[in-house]
Design a protein around this ligand. Structure first.
Ligand code: ATP
Length: 629
């Protein structure tokens, strides 16, 4: 047997790093600015541990665009590098000086905030530059400044230069195919996206601000005169709200941070959760609950993922549980790697732990709000319900906890937990098979007559009109097999909540069969099935129902999630109340035309009461009604 070591040829691996390491070329700026921030943070750590004795000065990172020279420079006044350090950290790909530093200074304040991990980030510069220079002066006293240069061949040169200030300039000579990175607006956009909350000031370009005139001159109204002053434009807020402790922040601070995150959103969030975990992983962040209205989709992709205040991504699907993507806010964890690829992120075990933790925190927060101030919780319920229902449907762990605070809303106005509601209606709405039948409407006005009849019988009707209702109630039925849900218009009340006693019918089976064809003729036979039922005389002569099961399946299918059933044809029951005087007296009518007309009119009225009478049929109905008047 022979042992060996796989040999990596730099010439071959280099193009791969350049082209494929990051799918998005703009990432190079995030990497270089992160390195510059690291370099200044390191200096802070060294200074506080007494190893660096010089002046820190104003630590900052500058991004400088020179369109004429076609260069983009990232400048810092951090630790700098000696020629030896360049050799060690830059010339050896995938040897991370950052990782080495963190190991060495473990436990020292600030050391954990170092961003780099892999020792690859610097080379992302070659995704956009045809030539890169590092001009650097190390923090060590009496150091010689040096310049490293390479066109990514991968040969490099290193030479002594004159550089007075401590720190590093990374100079990118932008390549022909990447000229977009010489546009000020493009660079500004990238910095805004990735660097908005970095812990060291990052400046780019200039801005004009108004300042009191130092000469002390006053305007006409006697106020200090303002003059325009040009100053460096700082991109970032170095101490964003999530890095502070909740006790330092007021509700207003949270709201203004929300608007800092989403400048284009005007609505206020409902409430927030401040995350702060040290163990078993590090995580900070603030999650905001937006008002979730009907449309679930537009809300997504608002959570921003950061690692040590460096923006990573805002498409967090598959990283946090699906239902959490409805929330807004920031999650920051140094344990989330600055990603090499998305699939890497998804597979990362820390990322998985983090998402389980957030799910738990969110459920706990809702539970706490419910327990602490139920009235307030109820007042927010309309905005919360889609989120909670979605959570229950998609995460079993969340569902277990949410059982205690998910609310049902009666059309009479009250809010009940499932347990409370069951208790409330048990006496009147338990059927002969001991099922507690929960009646609901998704459209109080559209199903008005059904809701009214149910109430006249002493039943309660819930209002359930979220887009997730069909899935949600199926889930509740699975969890508690003692209950079943039925929309008020899905059958006659006698059938929906079957009791022992059945009313006797005023018509014999033969009589029903004899007049049935007249009803069948009055409506579209494919869509409607005619049935006779002995209901109360006070109920309507005809009602149109749509069986709960089929309708729910159709709705679930529309939402996605029950696609296996194939398309359902629209189908309804035309339920004829054999005890209604208008129906029972039909058998005595001799004149066929009168009989037909009466049935047609009654059927149309039933359709009309449900908004199902349209077009030509409606027009004919009106004509016939005028005739009758
Ligand atoms: N501006 C800089 N000032 C001082 N040292 C730097 C600077 N940029 C890079 N370095 C050194 O070069 C090393 C390699 O940088 P590189 O970006 O390739 O990797 P990294 O930052 O360690 O990890 P990552 O790939 O996660 O960014 C750094 O760890 C650091 O020691």
């Amino acid at each position: 047997m022979k042992k060996g070591q796989i040999n990596v040829q730099t010439e071959n691996i280099f193009p791969i790093i350049k082209k494929f390491l990051y799918s998005d070329h703009e990432i190079f700026l995030r990497e270089l600015v992160s390195n510059a921030v690291d370099a200044t943070q390191k200096l802070r750590v060294l200074s506080s541990s007494g190893e660096f004795k010089g002046e820190l000065g104003d630590l900052k990172v500058e991004v400088i665009l020179d369109k004429d020279a076609r260069t983009l420079t990232i400048r810092d006044n951090g630790v700098g590098m000696t020629a030896d350090e360049i050799d060690k950290y830059i010339n050896q790909i995938a040897f991370s000086g950052a990782e080495e530093f963190v190991q060495q200074y473990k436990g020292k304040e600030g050391a954990e905030q170092i961003i780099g991990h892999f020792g690859l980030g610097f080379y992302s510069a070659f995704m956009v530059a045809e030539r890169v220079q590092i001009q650097t002066l190390s923090r060590h006293e009496g150091s010689q400044s040096v310049q490293w240069e390479s066109n990514g061949n991968p040969e490099f040169t290193i030479e002594e230069i004159e550089k007075k200030d401590r720190g590093t300039d990374i100079v990118l000579y932008i390549a022909e195919d990447s000229l977009e990175f010489l546009e000020e607006s493009r660079i500004r956009g990238i910095l805004d996206k990735y660097c908005k909350f970095l812990p060291i000031p990052v400046v780019f370009g200039k801005e004009t601000i108004k300042q009191d005139d130092p000469s002390g001159e006053k305007d006409e109204e006697g106020n200090p005169k303002k003059i325009d002053v040009e100053q460096e434009r700082q991109i970032n807020n170095t101490a964003p709200a999530w890095t502070k402790s909740p006790s330092e922040l007021t509700d207003e601070d949270y709201k203004s941070f929300y608007h800092e995150l989403y400048p284009m959103t005007f609505e206020e969030p409902l409430f927030h959760i401040h995350l702060n975990v040290d163990y078993p992983f590090n995580l900070t962040g603030i999650l905001f609950f937006p008002k979730i209205k009907e449309n679930v989709e537009v809300q997504r992709n608002k959570i921003q993922l950061y690692s040590n205040q460096v923006f990573i991504t805002d498409s967090v699907e598959n990283i946090v549980p699906d239902f959490l993507t409805l929330l807004h806010g920031v999650i920051d964890s140094p344990d989330i790697p600055l990603n090499v690829s998305r699939s890497y992120l998804q597979a990362d075990s820390n990322v998985k732990k983090i998402s389980a933790h957030i799910t738990k925190k969110v459920a706990d927060k809702l539970r706490e709000m419910f327990n602490k101030d139920r009235k307030d919780f109820e007042s927010k319920w309309n905005d919360l319900k889609v989120f909670v229902e979605y959570g229950i449907l998609s995460e079993d762990k969340f569902a277990e906890k949410a059982e205690k605070f998910v609310l049902l809303n009666s059309t009479e106005g009250g809010f009940y937990t499932v347990e409370e509601y069951k208790e409330k209606i048990k006496a009147s709405q338990t059927d002969k098979n001991d099922k507690v039948v929960i009646l609901y409407t998704n459209d109080k006005d559209g199903q008005y007559s059904f809701v009214k009849s149910a109430k006249e019988r002493g039943y309660d009707v819930l209002e359930m009109n979220s887009p997730l209702t069909p899935h949600f109630i199926s889930k509740l039925e699975q969890t508690d097999t003692d209950i079943s849900f039925a929309r008020v218009d899905s059958d006659s009340l006698d059938r929906l909540i079957q009791k022992e006693e059945e009313l006797p019918s005023k018509l014999t089976k033969e009589q029903e069969e004899a007049i049935k064809p007249v009803f069948e003729e009055a409506v579209d036979k494919v869509k409607f099935t005619v049935q006779f039922q002995s209901m109360s005389e006070k109920d309507a002569p005809i009602i149109i129902t749509q069986p709960e099961f089929i309708r729910r399946m159709m709705e679930q299918q529309k939402l996605g999630g029950a696609g296996f059933m194939g398309a359902f044809p629209e189908s309804y029951n035309l339920v004829v109340n054999s005890n209604h005087p208008k129906i029972s007296s039909l058998v005595e009518v001799e004149d066929e035309a009168v009989k037909k007309n009466t049935v047609k009119q009654l059927a149309d009225l039933a359709l009309l009461s449900q908004g199902m009478l349209k077009g030509e049929a409606l027009d004919k109905f009106i004509e016939r009604s005028i005739e009758l008047v």
